[in-house]
Design a protein around this ligand. Structure first.
Ligand code: Z2T
Length: 823
């Protein structure tokens, strides 16, 4: 067929072309005169101008891929935490400065336009953001890929802080329209729930099963183009929205019942209304399970449709699609692909199973046992009677194999079964994902090792060849180029800009660490970034912070294992030292926290209240005299994170060893020249290896020490009794010093530490406080600190998501780049 011609017109990327297209969009898309155009009109017109460029490349991508014998990566994720599109797309297109120029000529502030964009907060934290980084890298590496997920009408809630407490507000990101997506009302799927199954004989006399569902909804595709960095590859993020099936069709079911039909519509649309705001662990709610199945079924049907379009034969499906399961949220896909192949396409079980296993890969993201998804069999079978049967059949065959390998070892059979029967009956989603995948990976070296030794030990013993590590990465485009233009310019002045694709080249900066003039420049950029953050903090909290003080930052979801409260204990210790010795010599520090707590996680919310209460006291106490400030930055999201990472001097990565699978904030900080104080947990281990032990502040127990301490009986009280400073710190909280004399407020927190201390804060407190002392000393030697800071940035190349995606492509997906030409 003829190549699509869409050169000239809106595809014109010259300055004049962009300006003309922009004006056209103000007029014809927004329907406004320039003189009455609102901020949102201008934003929308800019966004559409940029989108035209993306669509041009997208069409070229689709066109040049069609008919080729290629393999597509399909990334299945319940979350994509994309962040704002506009600036990122300008960078990837290479027209950032052009557009700044146009805005200036047309007479408005581009920053105001950027601020207008609502970010799609379709994720909780690390896992969702990782998916977004991976989409950026897949496109940047010119790998054909589709991201599949859910188009939540309400993403992660907006966080407000009132009287020190977190208050959740609905995220209405679609209120003013979303210029980045294309609704595809003609791309739909049907997804069913409930009902029963029924055996029958097909026309060839074969035994088959049909599913007679109770209700059916429609999935509608919404497509967002994902452009790579300075390439023409424009991939697809396809998110599904649930709707009721066409009214005339279900009239047959609801004869003349108009109100019943409207109820049905509301009920159906419920499925994609809202993102569940829990990170780990997830809650076992029916609607959540419906969401998972809904998007997985739509996505698999869509892939089969695309595949058949190309005339492919089903038994070769895995040569053309590699499906990655982002944790177990889409693990139902294993059973659903089997159902589609066997029940709908008439394949036999064995070849269908072969296709399924060869197609799926599974990434695990957590070691917390309580975060491993399991669903009550009753709930599961009620919603998915046919999938339940398929899972039993998968399990029967699988456990036969286990018994063949380990005859008589029924304990092992019980441990490995897809059904947990150790008290109630549950479907174990991680086991389903392991059995149905040819590849299983963790997200950092330590995490992958602990998976093999502990959480998935039996599976590793049975099929060691399936296991590998893929250490997480983050995209240097968003988290360095976009977030930190000052540092980017400084680096470019020294080593050019090829490191943006190949961040290993940042190593060329190492010699600059010895150059005093460069160090001076490096500090100047950092100071500017700190001033910028100080301004935003003033606007959002009213708190004045001193950009000359050390910015010590911990931003991440609130969770006890992440130990924000260990950080607080240390702050109180410093405060206590000042109170006991008013002339205590402390290098001035600003402690900045940020992150959301799951709305139902009482202890996490109490920690937020504690941070704010300590802040209120410390920030107001004249004795402190500028040496300490404590700030809680409200509503941490991708948009706000941009102010934070570039402004950090010190990055807090202080989880209990063995609990944080990888962490990715740790990478974002270090890339931007922050030094890390951290435990040997997740990717911290590898970051320390890369930047050098002498440029990293290590403290705390190792994962092995944590386990053996737990095994031998951990008694927090012993650490408490042995450490007078810790006693004074805890006493200040317990006595109501930070709560206007209220001894009840923080009692749950104090008691949890004194009597359980599940995450071993007391065991690590001494070592943490000591190393914080070394941080204080190190910061006084500003030249040396700057040296370490430069070396951190220079040595972070490994943690680019491009490296991670290359590894997935080579080891798991077996896919190759397909360069796209524009003309
Ligand atoms: C999540 O963000 C993570 C793990 C989960 O386990 C769930 C969610 Cl929503 C089910 C995080 C990990 O905690 C973090 O260590 C890791 O860096 C991130 O996933 C990406 O792998």
């Amino acid at each position: 067929s003829e190549p699509v011609s869409c050169t000239g017109g809106r595809a014109d990327m010259s300055l004049d072309g962009l300006r003309r297209t922009f004006r056209e969009h103000v007029f014809y898309t927004q329907g406004r005169f320039p003189s009455v155009a609102t901020r949102n009109d201008l934003y929308m017109a800019f966004a559409y101008t940029v989108r035209d460029q993306l669509l041009h490349r997208w069409i070229k991508t689709v066109e040049q891929m069609a008919g080729k014998d290629l393999k597509i990566v399909s990334y299945l994720s319940a979350e994509f935490l994309l962040g704002p599109h506009l600036e990122n797309n300008l960078i990837n297109l290479g027209i950032y400065d052009d557009v700044l120029g146009i805005a200036k000529e047309e007479g408005f502030d581009i920053q105001v336009i950027f601020d207008q964009e609502e970010e799609p907060g379709l994720g909780n934290g690390g896992l969702g953001r990782l998916a977004a980084c991976y989409l950026d890298s897949l496109a940047s590496l010119e790998v054909p890929a589709i991201g599949y997920g859910i188009r939540y009408e309400f993403g992660i809630f907006d966080q407000e802080i009132r009287d020190g407490w977190q208050v959740e507000r609905t995220d209405q990101w679609l209120r003013l329209g979303n210029p980045w997506e294309l609704a595809r009302p003609e791309i739909t799927c049907r997804v069913s729930f409930g009902g029963r199954t029924e055996p029958y004989q097909d026309d060839r006399g074969r035994y088959r099963v049909r599913w007679i569902p109770h209700r059916t909804v429609k999935g509608v595709a919404y497509d967002t183009p994902i452009l790579g960095y300075r390439v023409n590859t424009c991939n697809l993020l396809r998110l599904w929205k649930a709707e009721a099936i066409e009214s005339f069709e279900f009239e047959a079911f609801n004869v003349g019942d108009y109100y019943g039909a409207v109820d049905e519509k509301i009920y159906s649309e419920n499925i994609t209304k809202v993102l569940y705001p829990n990170d780990e662990p997830v809650q076992g709610k029916q609607l959540r399970l419906e969401q998972q199945y809904f998007f997985v079924s739509c996505s698999l049907q869509d892939m089969l449709r695309i595949y058949k379009l190309g005339g492919g034969k089903l038994d070769r499906f895995s040569r053309h699609f590699a499906i990655q399961l982002n944790d177990t949220h889409p693990a139902l896909g294993v059973a659903e692909l089997m159902r589609l192949l066997v029940d709908e396409e008439g394949m036999d079980w064995e070849p269908a199973w072969d296709v399924t296993c060869k197609t799926f890969g599974y990434t695990n993201h957590t070691l917390l046992p309580e975060a491993l998804e399991k669903w009550p069999v009753e709930l599961f079978a009620g919603l998915f009677p046919r999938h339940m049967e398929i899972i039993y059949e998968i399990n029967r065959r699988f456990l036969d194999e286990v018994r063949r390998r380990w005859p008589g070892d029924e304990a092992r059979v019980a441990r490995m079964s897809l059904i947990d029967e150790s008290g109630g009956r549950f479907v174990r989603m991680a086991h389903l994902a392991c059995v149905g995948s040819h590849a299983i990976n963790g997200v950092a070296e330590l995490h992958s090792r602990l998976l093999k030794e502990d959480v998935l030990r039996d599976f590793h013993e049975m099929t060691p060849e399936k296991f590998s590590n893929k250490t997480n990465g983050v995209t240097p485009r968003r988290f360095l180029v976009l977030a930190n233009p000052g540092l980017t310019r400084l680096i470019e002045g020294k080593i050019g800009d090829t490191w943006i694709r190949r961040p290993e080249e940042l190593r060329k900066l190492e010699p600059c660490a010895d150059d005093p003039a460069f160090r001076e420049e490096w500090r100047r950029v950092k100071l500017e970034n700190k001033k910028n953050l100080a301004r935003v903090i003033r606007e959002r909290t009213g708190i004045e912070v001193d950009p000359a003080s050390m910015f010590d930052i911990q931003v991440k979801r609130l969770h006890e294992y992440k130990r924000q409260h260990l950080n607080v204990l240390h702050i109180i210790a410093l405060y206590d030292r000042i109170k006991r010795n008013p002339s205590y010599d402390l290098c001035p520090r600003t402690f900045i926290f940020g992150g959301k707590a799951a709305p139902g996680y009482f202890m996490a919310k109490l920690i937020i209240k504690l941070i704010n209460s300590v802040g209120d006291t410390v920030n107001r106490d004249p004795d402190v005299n500028g040496r300490l400030k404590v700030v809680f930055f409200p509503d941490l999201n991708v948009k706000n994170a941009k102010f934070i990472y570039p402004a950090a001097d010190l990055s807090e990565q202080i989880s209990t060893a063995g609990k944080e699978a990888s962490g990715t904030g740790n990478m974002k900080f270090s890339m931007n020249g922050a030094l890390t104080i951290g435990t040997l947990d997740g990717a911290n281990v590898e970051i320390r290896e890369e930047v050098g032990a002498e440029n990293f502040f290590l403290f705390g127990l190792t994962a092995e020490e944590v386990y053996s301490l737990k095994r031998d009986g951990y008694r927090p009280m012993e650490y408490f009794q042995a450490n007078p400073e810790l006693q004074r710190v805890v006493e200040r909280i317990a006595s109501g010093y930070f709560s206007n004399g209220d001894r009840e407020l923080f009692k749950p927190l104090v008691d949890a530490l004194m009597f359980h201390d599940t995450f071993m804060l007391f065991a690590d407190f001494g070592s943490y406080a000591d190393v914080q002392g070394r941080v204080d000393e190190a910061y006084r030697d500003r030249e040396h600190w700057t040296r370490m800071s430069i070396l951190n940035s220079a040595r972070m190349g490994k943690f680019s998501s491009d490296r991670a995606i290359r590894e997935y492509c080579e080891d798991i997906w077996k896919v190759k780049p397909v360069p796209i030409l524009l003309e």
